[in-house]
Design a protein around this ligand. Structure first.
Ligand code: NAD
Length: 480
């Protein structure tokens, strides 16, 4: 289906709502309930002054949207980008509600955004903006461990989360300081962060794609074999999510044949060594001119490269009505939020592309944020109470086997077995295993719904989310 028309005029929240509405037609919930689930509960838009390093004043525009209070706290990242606007923040907050429901994380959805290009400000100015934003949120009751809990997103880092924590803590010293650590997630580990959070979204993307390619009937339909080993991958965006997704996919056996950043893209059929590309970019300031690779000056053309799996991991609306028919990938793994517009979604589905939807695939971040929140509220590192106990139990089992079998194990073999079998789980092991279990279970659930309703995975994922949020409302006795 060739088309030159674009779908730029359709807002991001309208794109999400179209996908939501499609799923709603498969269910028979009352129209009022569907509207309540779809609509955004509250939006706080703020403007505040920033005194710049040179003494001049900028007026900063920022938002926080809490899409659904059917569970509390609400949860969602904070984005720093020049094109942040109310519609985008609301759309991203709604995706958070659906995402949390799909992976059974007991939060409502939220999102924040500050309309700044990070590169235009010094780090001290960024800190002042972050502090003032936190102050504004606190003033209007839009932040707190049981109210609304931010996290990193596009353009924000763990160090920004540490600034949010520091500001929140100093503002609430007399209220509930004991749980204050849980007011924000994605913090550095030394500031109450959990091990594994920084890489969690990309790792979750890997688990989701690995699961998708393990089903022989699904792969046969796409003309592919199972497993990652012979798969070629193109990744757009080498930030937190894209870098980690690319890293784990490469470690899992896939070949990275294309990498795209905002300044351009590179291509090599023989495969690109991710860390060498990142080192080259650090040294030269650009992904372009990487030895052995071909330059693609217009970065978006990388989306149209020949490959098995395309992973858009930058921003929304990258695959639209005007370029969807040129996509050659058989699988699109949506690591970013909203990278495929509703019109493009229909075109790709018609082409038989398997789209693994954002509301499932990038849920690893909020899943591990949930583990961080639990760690902060329980005031103990995951695994601290049982790690040594597990190790000792496994040793006792090995000793019992020795006694029962009447054979004395060779000390060297025993030492080897102990380090393999009797190792107690560290916090990172527990976090990664909880993340893997969550992503695998959710993929199976979404795939089952896809089959049951004879639809695509995005619609199935929305059906899963919609049903779960609806059931929360009916348990509250608000709706039948
Ligand atoms: P990031 O700021 O760490 O990285 C984004 C990268 O994309 C940057 O390197 C940027 O230069 C690049 N980029 C921007 N425009 C581009 C373009 N047109 N072409 C190619 N590259 C481009 O952001 P992130 O945290 O990795 O977030 C990326 C996406 O993933 C966003 O949609 C975000 O909402 C989503 N997401 C993030 C998380 C998280 O935990 N950080 C969780 C879920 C979803």
């Amino acid at each position: 289906m060739a088309t030159n028309a674009t779908d730029h005029h359709v807002s991001f929240s309208e794109q999400v709502n179209r996908m939501f509405d499609k799923a709603a037609t498969f269910l028979d919930h009352p129209a009022g309930l569907i509207a309540q689930i779809k609509n955004c509960n509250s939006v706080y838009r703020m403007e505040f002054p920033l005194k710049r390093d040179d003494g001049s004043i900028d007026v900063i525009t920022a938002y926080r949207a809490e899409h659904s209070h059917h569970k509390q706290p609400t949860k969602g990242g904070i984005r720093y980008a020049g094109n942040v606007n109310e519609d985008e923040v609301v759309a991203l907050a709604s995706l958070m509600t659906y995402k949390c429901a799909i992976v059974d994380v007991p939060f409502g959805g939220a999102k924040g955004g500050i309309k700044i290009n990070r590169g235009d400000y010094s780090e001290t100015e960024i800190e002042r903006i972050t502090r003032r934003y936190t102050f504004e949120l606190q003033k209007k009751n839009f932040i707190g461990p049981g109210i609304d809990v931010p996290a990193p997103d596009y353009g924000t880092r763990p160090s920004d989360m540490a600034v949010i924590l520091d500001t929140y803590t100093s503002l609430t010293l007399t209220e509930n300081p004991i749980d204050a650590l849980a007011c924000v997630t994605g913090k550095p580990v030394g500031q109450g962060g959990v091990r594994g959070r920084n890489e969690a979204t990309g790792r979750g993307v890997y688990y989701g794609i690995r699961e998708a390619v393990s089903f022989s009937d699904d792969m046969e339909r796409l003309g592919l074999s199972t497993g990652l080993d012979d798969k070629t991958v193109v990744v757009q965006g080498l930030g937190n999510v894209g870098y980690h997704a690319a890293k784990y996919l490469q470690e899992g056996g896939a070949t990275l044949v294309g990498l795209a950043e905002y300044e351009g893209a590179i291509h090599s059929e023989n495969g690109l060594d991710l860390d060498a590309v990142v080192a080259h970019r650090k040294e030269t300031g650009s992904i372009l001119n990487f030895p052995g690779a071909t330059n693609i000056e217009f970065s978006a053309q990388a989306l149209e490269l020949e490959c098995d799996i395309l992973v858009p991991a930058a921003l929304e609306s990258q695959i639209r009505k005007d370029n969807a028919s040129q996509i050659k990938a058989k699988i699109v793994g949506e690591a970013a939020n909203g990278p495929v517009t509703a019109d493009a979604d229909a075109i790709l589905n018609e082409k038989g592309v398997l789209i693994i939807p954002d509301i499932f695939l990038n849920a690893g971040g909020v899943t591990v944020s949930y583990f961080e929140w639990l760690r902060n509220l329980s005031h103990v590192r995951h695994g601290r109470m049982n790690r040594r106990f597990e190790e000792n139990s496994a040793r006792r089992i090995l000793e019992a086997i020795e006694t029962l079998s009447g054979t004395q194990f060779n000390q060297e073999t025993l030492g080897h077995v102990i380090t393999k079998v009797a190792l107690g789980a560290s916090e990172e092991d527990l976090v990664n295993s909880g993340l893997e279990d969550t992503m695998v279970a959710a993929y199976h659930e979404v795939r089952e719904l896809t089959k049951k309703h004879n639809t695509d995975q995005r619609t199935a994922a929305f059906i899963s989310a919609l049903d779960k949020v609806a059931s929360s409302y009916s348990q509250m006795g608000i709706f039948p």
